[in-house]
Write a protein that binds this ligand. Structure first.
Ligand SMILES: [Zn+2]
Length: 343
């Protein structure tokens, strides 16, 4: 009994420390953000119901549940001013110093941006910007990562997949025991090389099989409806390559074509780009500027200050694991720790 009580006291103390630490972080961040006029740019990918989440083949780091998303917006409404993309660069003569500012961004163009996130954005009257990988719009399947995970989840196929990965990766083969490691390895290579590997890894029958309906992309009609309702649309290349592995002509084409396609479809100018996987280098950055973007978003963690380079805007990526507590409920304390870069 006594031991039980002791354990209870200890875990409560840990909780108090955890939460007071989070509260301190939040106070400091808040002060700094208001003082330096920083904006917190949140990066999201997918918003899914619990049922959809269990069917989806997207990696956990891409997903927040709909319940968490709703609680997150409720919290942001109280603690932040959720601003539109335009406000990121607007000169504010009289800056409202009561709350820090944040911007909501969604990458890729998943259908759930329309079916799950958009209704909540409307309900709270919040702006956002969606970065579209234009070649994937209207697609009924996700990206190669979802295909790979689908295969990985099949008990009868996993053994073969692992041995194929080991063979293809050569010396690095032994490091690829987990799916996440295999994905990281396959991400960091030119598209042509990856495609030739994927052709050997993913059987043709699977590519032809009926895709999981939950991992669908937006349609242009859905893009248009959101755009007309004031949700900003940005570009996220055409085929979602890691730009740092591609030659200049490919980078230029990916950046230029995606921009013009979104402009043509929405009838609005597209000043913003999100680099796939957040990856950029000096050449890619320069190309974004030359193609006519006004700014570009990375996944380098941190808050954006207006005086910083607009082509390397930092973001805080949110997913279920870094905004919920151990019971799976949205936790302001966890969000504060994530904002402070401690999770
Ligand atoms: Zn992406």
């Amino acid at each position: 009994m006594l031991a039980k009580l002791r354990r209870f006291v200890r875990s409560s103390a840990a909780n108090v420390l955890h939460y007071s630490g989070a509260a301190d972080s939040w106070r400091l961040l808040r002060q700094r953000a208001l003082h330096k006029d920083e904006v917190c740019v949140f990066g999201l990918h997918r918003v899914l119901t619990n049922a959809e989440r269990s069917l989806s083949n997207s990696l956990d780091g891409m997903v927040v549940t709909e319940a968490t998303f709703a609680r997150l917006l409720e919290y942001l409404q109280g603690e932040f001013r959720v601003v539109s993309f335009e406000a990121l660069f607007a000169e504010e003569r009289q800056i409202d110093r009561s709350k820090p500012r944040c911007l909501l961004t969604f990458d890729d163009g998943w259908k759930d941006t329309y079916t799950r996130a958009y209704p909540w954005l409307k309900k709270f009257g919040m702006p956002a910007i969606v970065f579209l990988a234009t070649g994937a719009i209207e697609s009924r399947r996700g990206f190669w990562v979802e295909e790979l995970r689908r295969l990985w989840r099949m008990p009868e196929a996993r053994g073969q997949l692992k041995s194929d990965l080991r063979r293809l990766a050569g010396q690095r083969g032994d490091e690829l025991g987990e799916l996440e490691q295999a994905v990281e390895w396959l991400k960091h290579m030119p598209t042509a090389t990856r495609d030739s590997f994927l052709a050997q890894l993913i059987p043709q029958e699977l590519k032809n099989a009926e895709p999981d309906p939950v991992d669908c992309m937006l349609s242009w009609n859905e893009v248009l409806e959101m755009s007309r309702a004031g949700i900003d649309m940005g570009a996220h290349t055409v085929t979602h390559p890691l730009l740092t592995f591609e030659n200049f002509d490919t980078v230029e084409r990916e950046l230029r074509v995606s921009k013009s396609v979104v402009e043509e479809k929405t009838g609005k100018s597209v000043p913003a780009l999100a680099y796939p996987n957040g990856d950029w280098n000096e050449d890619v950055r320069r190309c974004a500027e030359q193609v006519g973007y006004r700014c570009a978003f990375t996944t380098r963690p941190g808050w954006f200050e207006r005086r910083e380079d607009p082509y390397t805007i930092r973001r805080i990526l949110l997913h279920e694991g870094n905004v919920t507590d151990r019971h799976g409920d949205f936790s302001p304390a966890m969000l504060s720790l994530t904002l402070a870069g401690r999770v």
